[in-house]
Design a protein around this ligand. Sequence first.
Ligand code: GLN
Length: 492
Amino acid sequence: MSLVHKSATALLSEMQSGSVSSTEVCTAFLDQIDAHDEKIGAFLRVDRESVLAKAADVDSRRSAGGALGLLAGLPVAVKDLLCTKGQPTTCASKMLEEFVPTYDATVIEKLDSADAIVIGKTNMDEFAMGGSTENSALGQTKNPWDTSRVPGGSSGGAAACVAAKMAPLSLGSDTGGSIRQPASFCGVTGLKPTYGRVSRYGLVAFASSLDQIGPLASSVEDTALLLQAIAGSDERDATCAPNEVPEYTATVAKPLEGLKLGIVKEHFAEGLDSEVGDCVTAAIDVYKALGASVVDIELPHSKYGIATYYIIAPSEASGNLARYDGAHYGYRTSDTSPVEGEGPLVTMYRRSRSEALGPEVKRRIMLGTYALSAGYYDAYYVKALKVRRLIRQDYDAAFEKVDFLVGPVSPTAAFGIGELSDDPLSMYLGDLYTVTTNLAGVAGLSVPCGFTKSGLPVGLQLQARPFDEERLLRAGHMYQSATDWHTKTPTV
Ligand code: GLN
């Protein structure tokens, strides 16, 4: 088996035993990127020289017998909204195309202290707004299973690079499904941790009460490995929980006994593609065969999930994106010609934002600004907050009865490039099964569970109580021990 087809866990133990070096591992993935990324477009930037310099450093420290971190020598791809000191962090926006952060995000520091090597920055929907990576201002990422289709989004590059074996591990972010849905579309494993599990210091904010960073990988075991390295409290992020970090890697292979699963009834209703439904139903049968008991669960307020999410997320975005004014950092218009009846400062703001932000980002800013405006604030924003509370209560009630909720990640498999890009509402409706996880602040895992007849991957979603990642990963691993969907790879 070639190096790029091995799991992160296997590569790690081979590097530990000395049978392969980090330089060889990194070279294999860099060569894979060179060979295939022109077609896939997962990466916005790869710096071969600095990757190899870091790999050589890990190798020499290893041969000197020095202590090394948890991920020593492993390449990790990083979504381009995580600040990397001295390296551009674009959010796939013209606004930040030239932005070079002066500091590292906490997760990047953690990768560094684990001796992992950032192999490159991956493409995404602009400012993480979207579900297809078509909103990137810097290029279209393609689905490695079918390059006429989207990889999902917003972490499309993060999922596609793992699927195409251009990185063994990658970091994405999930505000309403952006790790789980691309993982599902690309046939890889993705985890949205509980809100507060992973520090967001240095994550460029989209919707601060929903955003969470998480891992994508080829298996649950590898997902556990990356979560282990990035989870934990951070005094620089007040929303990051002080809860102790369990030993995910040590426990992931331990099966759970007496597993109780709840089938989310609302996720098997109208709108679900029948082939996706069949794959997910077959996956639930696998759990039954493994001894799980399965009951129907209702999340009665989930029907308001999309409406609630598409008020709260844009409202928070309209605030978060106000900082891109052309004055502090980011793009500034070069057009200084005066406009009659408008002050020069307002003209500069208006032009900078109009020229540098894409249509979807503008749509969200307008939606959010409207929902927050005097006269509509109570009717939209406050109402949405109340419904959000009811959604969380649905989850609390469900988790009194069952350990995990199961269902599809997305109503369909990957759609064609351009198929939905002129129809934002249909695009938004695709987020039906994922947004409530974020609204409730619980954890959600996506694992590959089959293929459609046309050969597109389908994902199974497992949702868990807050901070129950340890058991969630074990449940996912149980499934992957009994099936081989996650081992399938596309021919790129
Ligand atoms: N697709 C959703 C949206 O467009 C989710 C995005 C995300 O999780 N960042 O907002």
